[in-house]
Design a protein around this ligand. Sequence first.
Ligand SMILES: *Cc1c(COP(=O)(O)O)cnc(C)c1O
Length: 301
Amino acid sequence: MNPFFNPICTIESLPTEIAFGISVHVLRLDSLHPVVSGNKWFKLHHYLTEAIAAQKTILTFGGAFSNHIVATASAASNAGLKSIGVIRGEASLTPSPTLIQAKEYGMELFYTSREAYKTKQVPAKVYERYTPEELYVIPEGGYGTNGMEGAKDILLQNDTYNYTHILSAVGTGTTLAGLIAAAGSWQNVIGISVLKNNFSLQQEIDDLLPSDKKGRFILLHDYHVGGYAKRSAELIRFMNDFYSETGIPTDFVYTGKLFFAAVDLLRKNYFEKDAKVLIVHTGGLQGNRSLPKGTLIFGAE
Ligand SMILES: *Cc1c(COP(=O)(O)O)cnc(C)c1O
C-alpha cells in the first residue's frame, strides 16, 4: 500500500427514524483501510512523512488493544521503516490479537509497568538497542501539531462544507482539534469525550489550535459510560441494534459511545430542525477484540 494514498471516504445518510427527522450523515473513515483504520491514518500522515525523510525507527506508546499501535505498525511497515511499541502493562502469555498483529507488521514490543508508562518516557531497555538519534517518537495517540494538521484533511478532503454540526469521539483530542481547525465559522464542532471527567481536554485541544480557533468547540462529558474502555449492557445493546438498523459497525471504546450520544442528543431535540449533522466515524474496532465472543453481532475486523 502506498502510505500516502488519497483518502476520500463515503458519506452515508442515517435512516430518518433513527435520526428523529433531522438530516444526519456519517463520514465513514472506518472504510478507509482495514488496519490503519479511520482517524489514525490522518493523524499519522505528517509524523510518517518526517520519519521517512529522516529514515528513523518509529517509536510510539499504547495499550494492548490500541488502534494507534496497530495502525502505526502497519503504516511504518508500508513505509519501509522499523517500529517500536512501548506497551502499557506486563507482557502476557496470551498477547492480545492487536499486539500479535502489530508484531506481524514487524513492530518490536517493549512492555512497561503501568506506573512507568504514565511518564511516557522511552524505557531504558530501548536505549540498550537504539541511540536516541535513531528514534522518531510519536506521542501516545498521535497527540501533537502534526497529528492535528493531518486530521484537518478529514474535513478538507471530503465534501463537508454544508454541515452545520460535526460530531466526533474524543480520546486525546487530536482529531477534534483537526476538525475544529478545518471547520468553517458556520460549523459547530462537538466532541464526545470517552474518558471520565477528563476536563483538562479543553486546554489540551486549545494548545493544538491556532489562536482564532481556540475555544470554538463543545465537549460533552456525559457519555463515557463509566470511563475509558468501560461499557454497559445498554451500550452493547445499542451497538447491536444500531448495526442491525444501519449496517454500521462501532466499537465500545470510541464510536459506540459517539453514536449512542448522537442518538440521545437527537432524541432530546439538541439540534434545530434544519440542522445538517455530520457524524465522523473514526474507525478503529480493535477494542471489540477484547470482548467475549458473541457479545456483538458483528466482527471486530
Ligand atoms: C484513537 C481513536 C479516537 C480518538 O482520537 P483522538 O484523536 O485521540 O481524540 C477516536 N475514535 C477511534 C475509533 C479511535 O481509534
